[in-house]
Design a protein around this ligand. Structure first.
Ligand SMILES: [Zn+2]
Length: 160
C-alpha cells in the first residue's frame, strides 16, 4: 500500500512500471494453460478471496498467485532491482508489497487453502513449472471433464 506518492522525479518511472505490470500477463496466461492441462478447474481473479488470487478453486481449496519479480520483489532474483534514485522510497514500497503478500498468504492458509506462488522468472522453464504445479496442488478429481459438466448441468451453478 502506498503511504505517500512517489517522489516527483520518479513519477515517470512509476507510471511506466505500472503500465508494464498491467500489460505483461504472459506468465499468468502460461500458468492458466498449464493448470487447465493438468485437469484443474478454477476461477480467475476471485475477489471473494484475500488478495484476489490469479487462479483459485474454493471447493478444492487451493489458490495460485503469479507474481511479477519486480513488483513483488522476488528475494534473490536479478529482476528484483531497486531504482538508484529515491532508493529509500522504493525499498519501502517493495517491503510493503512483500508484507501484503505475506499477510494474504497467511490469511488464506488459515482458511485451509493451499497457497502456491509462481514467480514470473519461473515461467521461463515450463517443464519445471509444470512439475511444481503437479506436486504442489491437490490432484484434480479423477472424473473426466464431461462428468463434471453433467453434474453442473443438473445442479444450480455454484462457485468453483
Ligand atoms: Zn524472479
Amino acid at each position: 500500500m502506498l503511504r505517500r506518492p512517489p517522489p516527483a522525479s520518479d513519477r515517470e518511472a512509476f507510471l511506466r512500471l505500472s503500465r508494464q505490470r498491467q500489460e505483461d500477463t504472459r506468465p499468468e496466461r502460461l500458468v492458466r494453460r498449464l493448470l487447465a492441462g493438468l485437469g484443474h478447474r478454477f476461477r480467475l481473479h476471485n475477489r471473494d478471496l484475500p488478495g484476489s488470487p490469479d487462479c483459485a478453486n474454493r471447493t478444492r481449496r487451493w489458490v495460485v498467485f503469479v507474481h511479477g519479480c519486480y513488483w513483488h520483489h522476488h528475494p534473490g532474483c536479478p529482476r528484483a532491482t531497486v531504482p538508484k534514485r529515491n532508493r529509500a522510497w522504493w525499498k519501502e514500497k517493495f517491503r510493503d508489497n512483500r508484507r501484503r503478500d505475506a499477510r494474504v498468504a497467511a490469511a488464506l492458509a488459515t482458511d485451509g487453502y493451499r497457497v502456491v506462488t509462481i514467480w514470473e522468472c519461473e515461467c521461463e522453464d515450463v517443464v519445471t513449472l509444470q512439475k511444481r504445479l503437479r506436486h504442489e496442488l491437490p490432484r484434480p478429481p479423477a472424473r473426466g471433464r464431461r462428468s463434471v459438466d453433467e453434474k453442473r448441468a443438473r445442479r444450480p451453478r455454484r462457485h468453483a
